[in-house]
Design a protein around this ligand. Sequence first.
Ligand SMILES: [Zn+2]
Length: 135
Amino acid sequence: MTTDAAPEILEGGCHCGAVRYRVMVRSHEAIECNCSVCAKKGFLHLIVPESDFKLLHGADAITTYTFGTHTAKHHFCSHCGIHSYYRPRSHPEQVDVNLRCLDGVDLLDFTLSTFDGQNWEDSVEELRTRHRNRQ
Ligand SMILES: [Zn+2]
């Protein structure tokens, strides 16, 4: 299965189950970022329009970490600590789901591309163009 897979509705969330969401997956392309925080988290990015994301429950369990420009809102579950989705600095109006937190996903079904978050300012336009072209 590659990038032109049929859209499918998947659910996911944190480890303890406090945070749960439903997401429409329209593309099997995910992004791995090498910035200071993503590298440590192991976050695999699936950026979707807000209309394709629905938080089922857990808003009250979410804590948000910010740093640097404070544009990205790094949400995580205050009980189990898992970062299952957040608001990315590159696309603050969209939702960035952690591919690793979706139920039943085989990572091998996804194509991973890289984002050079260590050099964010130099890399972000290319990422935004790439993302726009596949929506
Ligand atoms: Zn949790």
